[in-house]
Design a protein around this ligand. Sequence first.
Ligand code: M6R
Length: 591
Amino acid sequence: MCGIIGYCGKKLAAPILFEALKCLEYRGYDSAGMATLYDGQLLVEKDAGKIDEVNQKHNLEALPGNMAIGHTRWATHGGATQANAHPHMDCHSRLAVVHNGIIENYQTLRHELIKRGHHFNSETDTEVIPHLLEEEMQNGCALEQAVLTVAPKLKESYAFLALSLDDPGKIVGTRKNNPLLAGIDGDNNYVSSDALAFSKHTRRLITLGHTEVVVLSSDRVEFLDAEGNKLVKQAIELDESWADNGKNGYPTFMLKEIMEEPEVINKTVQQDERKFTEMALDILRARQVIIAACGTSRYAALVGRYLFSKIGRKFCDVVMASEFSYFADSVDKNTLVIAVSQSGETADVVEGAKTAKAAGAEIMSIVNRPNSTLADLSHQVICLKCGPEVSVAATKAFISQLAIFYLLSFSMVNSFSKAANQLGDMCSRVSKTLNCNNGRLYELSHQLKDRSDFYYIARGINFAIASEGALKLKEISYIHAEGMPAGELKHGTLALIEQGTPVVVICPADYTYDETLNNAIEAKSRGAYIIAVSDRESEIYDYWIKIPRVDEIIYPMVAVIPLQLLAYHMAISRGCDPDKPRNLAKSVTVK
Ligand code: M6R
């Protein structure tokens, strides 16, 4: 779960890479580094820490040269230390490699290399790559030939870039099970794990297929298949929203992305009605429908499940993607799997979709990244169109995912336009919810910031919102939080309620209101401090977060917004960085 970037062109490479690495930091931020080729030398700087910290220490930005590779790391093999930071080099420091993925057979390869006299400087799996390349280069191979020979020896997931003093003037990269894209711009070419890293410079990109190789030089980009045959590949143009990857004046990406939500709904509903109607028919026809997703995407799927049932009268199951393979026995050609993932790179979701596809299932994916691994392997792809989401905490993508589930469910009853219009009308209410609550939730966060446990309860379609609210809080403010169906509280968790324990009750004035309120009263009589998210007042609330009155099935969309804001303000008031929570990364590309 790292980010890699390479640049070859007429400009100074280091400042471009430095900016690119900051865009990739969401993929990991425990160490960073760069390697450039300049004046017959291979210059490498790297260290533990976030990119700005490493830059302050080693002046990454000032490295000379027009060609460089860079890396931002989320540690898997070996701790966050300078030695384990990328780039990694061969024994003679003549070539450097940056890598995203896990080389599962690295121990065997490492033992063999040590027996053949190689010296290792790190505990990483990655370091076997430069040593293997070194052996090929010593045989007089061109760098691309060395990469073509070494790549098949590596199991199971990699996207890596290499540059070498012995074959200068090019960067060579390849991938398997991890993304790699080339950005094409005449005399300035890029290659990265994510187009976001170069979308400021070019939106023309080409995605590498599995085991394909890219050879990047300043004036051309060539592609080879695994046998070394030249490939002709077409570039695609990214939507212009991908060029906007700054904070636009907001202090954090998370706040920016929350504030974009009204506009995001408008963008998301711009979908092809005919395509949605056909996909809805596929869902209705499938003998079994399974939605696979992780984290926030899974909570969106749980809302989707209610919508499918309520509107389309179609029962489906939602499976945590990390558990999906344990259900694979019952997947067959009559199964439709809907894989939901903002990034389209989450390893558990990608693996689940692959397993299901191999068993004959139809794969429909809902992604924000049309060039992602998941989109690539799916039979049908729905794009969220919400633009880049940089903050590790998912917010606007969740709103988009909900909008897609509304569109799909209404399409099941031939009412796509009705849903699109209804959602369009929601933009102003979502705006109002944001504006009315932002300041108040800031104040509430200061009142509650030292509480150690929060419980979130709701029923029916709103239950997933309770879970999502709890996930947001724990992920960015490091406070223990649990979300659960309100009716479950008295089956155990009620024992944890003490005087003042915050219980967030999502109780809009819908079919769940009365029963949820009863559960809130049960908690309150044990001392809970009741924070209600509702459009209906009640004297039992200790604190009332007002949401607008909307159609019953639309409540999840307005109820989640104050919970995102609450988590955000709690994180800020506790001095936590909501964009880069500890131990986490945006794209979880390892299982
Ligand atoms: O890219 P994905 O939607 O597949 O990511 C899934 C989860 O890793 C993600 O939603 C995670 O739970 C978020 N950080 C939550 O805010």
